[in-house]
Design a protein around this ligand. Sequence first.
Ligand SMILES: *Cc1c(COP(=O)(O)O)cnc(C)c1O
Length: 411
Amino acid sequence: MFTEADALERDAADPGHRDLFHVPPAEGGRYAEAAYLAGNSLGLQPRATRGDLLDDLDAWARLGVEGHLDAARPWLPYHEFLTGTAARLVGARPAETVVMNSLTVNLHLLMVSFYRPTGTRTKIVIEDTAFPSDSYAVRSQARFHGLDPDATVVRLDPADVLAYLAREGHEVALVLLGGVNYLTGELMDIPAITRAGHEAGALVGWDLAHAAGNVPLELHEWGPDFAAWCSYKYLNSGPGALGGVFVHERHLGDPAVQRFEGWWSTEPATRFEMAPVSRPPATADAWQVSNPPIYAMGPVRTSLEIFDRIGMADLRARSVRLTGYLESLLDELPTTLVTPRDPGRRGSQLSLRISTGSAHELAKRLRFEFGVITDAREPDIVRAAPVPLYCSYHDCWRLADALAHILEEAR
Ligand SMILES: *Cc1c(COP(=O)(O)O)cnc(C)c1O
């Protein structure tokens, strides 16, 4: 039943938005375009990005310094053009949201505010499969406070977090977990863990690198103290693109919350008075430090507008259909799925454990012999993300078909 013709029929009935994106050419196999299943690692380029970016560049050529105020999209308030769409994407209020810097930098700026170890409440809880950048960030924060990182950072299996908080929560200063785990693709119960962290008296932050643009989020309602995400994975804003930050309303304008400041931390009306003391606004904008890179903001703006136009509800529905379809195809093969089978506990990523050979070798063969782009994590995990914006049922079918060939050969 899972034939190529069936995949093409599904695409005709449920086409997605592939026409809005540049799909790279295949480097092998019998199709012109790659089956691009690596959007969890680096999203594809929207066709609109180039023109929008050139418009912003032209403003600089034509206006020089006057572009700060006179450009069609003036540079002075440019970050504000991204706030509304970013806030809607993650279920936040605009005042709680700002796009700035990159993800790990933002985690540090947010930990300056929300990791404040005192007395015996010093621990930071992260997951045992945390992304390395997050592991290094929290360990360096512990050292920054004069604490021993080995004793301070508690790495837990996500399944054990609630029990740990109930037992040892009085020693926890901060819970900082990935909303969707980068390796397994598991979606955490963000509201439940946030509640448990708060009941234990800890602050709670979320790294949404693999969640933003992938699963629906309601950050204001769920109530974590902060969150941060990058924009180059599901958010298609280009390598190293600027990240997003959420700070819950309850902390906005609170003078007791410490922040590192620069001239973009102060309210815009008095920014150019060159006053020696800042007057930070009661919004997440107060976490900004420097004037932002316009040509890095542009692609984020273009991409967020696509999400805003289509809506996460539609994208989530297609993601569930497409990911379920890929799961059914893979179930016909001798592969082991490490991602949860419940669609409510995952986004658009399926991670496979392979039992023969290296994951990198397999991903290489998929790419050069079949034109299928996946992503490998040593020793034995291959990740595939049927991203609902631009992936097709045929892309999923091509992955399964290529895997069937390779695995058959290895037997
Ligand atoms: C992708 C990713 C990062 C990358 O951090 P940058 O600071 O943007 O380089 C960090 N943490 C997680 C969980 C990620 O998935």
